[in-house]
Design a protein around this ligand. Structure first.
Ligand code: ATP
Ligand code: MG
Length: 190
């Protein structure tokens, strides 16, 4: 099984590149952001909790997020593998993912870091906000999300380096070139 973590700051292109990776490798896609937005749209209790946090650029608490991820993973038994998009975002989540996968005799195959400068992230997210109307894609919330990324999420680069899974990708520029670099990185870990 191929288990890919796609990693990067908000707006780094995780969702866009995930679609291409899914198509090429036949993986299932778990986007925790999409899962939470579906809960919000459905007006569930979880959705209400998530909305307050997302609109303030904050993360959903680890315990809750890990529970949601585990439930999604359970429903996917038997495929070719999974791409994890937006998870893990903290060290505790990375440890939980490793435990979950190890419990199935598996592990993360590769962690793909999409690196994009902060000024470019801000530009992309402001544009996305205009097009999609995503409530968290406004300047004030984006700034908070970038701080949360720097403080809570970026330490995972080191964590995955120590685990031997980290692959660096320059996430600025041509979509096709970025995808080709991702494929080369994944293939080097298989
Ligand atoms: P991208 O633009 O690269 O897809 P993003 O950060 O803009 O990334 P999502 O991954 O869709 O957007 O996440 C949106 C919000 O959902 C986050 O800001 C956070 O509040 C919440 N969230 C998503 N995944 C997690 C997670 N693993 N742990 C905690 N909160 C999460
Ligand atoms: Mg996304």
């Amino acid at each position: 099984m191929l288990n890919i973590v796609i990693f990067g700051a908000p707006g780094s292109g995780k969702g866009t590149q995930s679609e291409r990776i899914v198509e090429k490798y036949g993986l299932d896609h778990i986007s925790t952001g999409d899962v939470l937005r579906a809960e919000i749209a459905a007006g569930t209790e979880l959705g209400n909790t998530a909305k307050g946090l997302i609109d303030h650029g904050q993360l959903i608490p680890d315990e809750l997020m890990i529970e949601i991820l585990a439930a999604k993973l359970d429903k996917l038994a038997g495929g070719k593998g999974v791409i994890f998009d937006g998870f893990p975002r903290t060290i505790a989540q990375a440890e939980a993912l490793k435990t979950l996968l190890n419990g199935r005799g598996e592990d993360v195959t590769a962690m793909i870091e999409l690196d994009v400068p902060e000024e470019e992230l801000m530009d992309r997210l402001l544009k996305r906000g205009q097009l999609s109307g995503r409530a968290d894609d406004n300047e004030e919330t984006i700034k908070k999300r970038l701080v949360v990324y720097r403080e809570q999420t970026s330490p995972l680069k080191e964590w995955y380096k120590n685990d031997g899974k980290h692959c660096y990708i320059n996430g600025s520029g041509e979509l096709d070139r970025i995808f080709a670099d991702i494929v080369a990185a994944i293939d080097s870990k298989i």
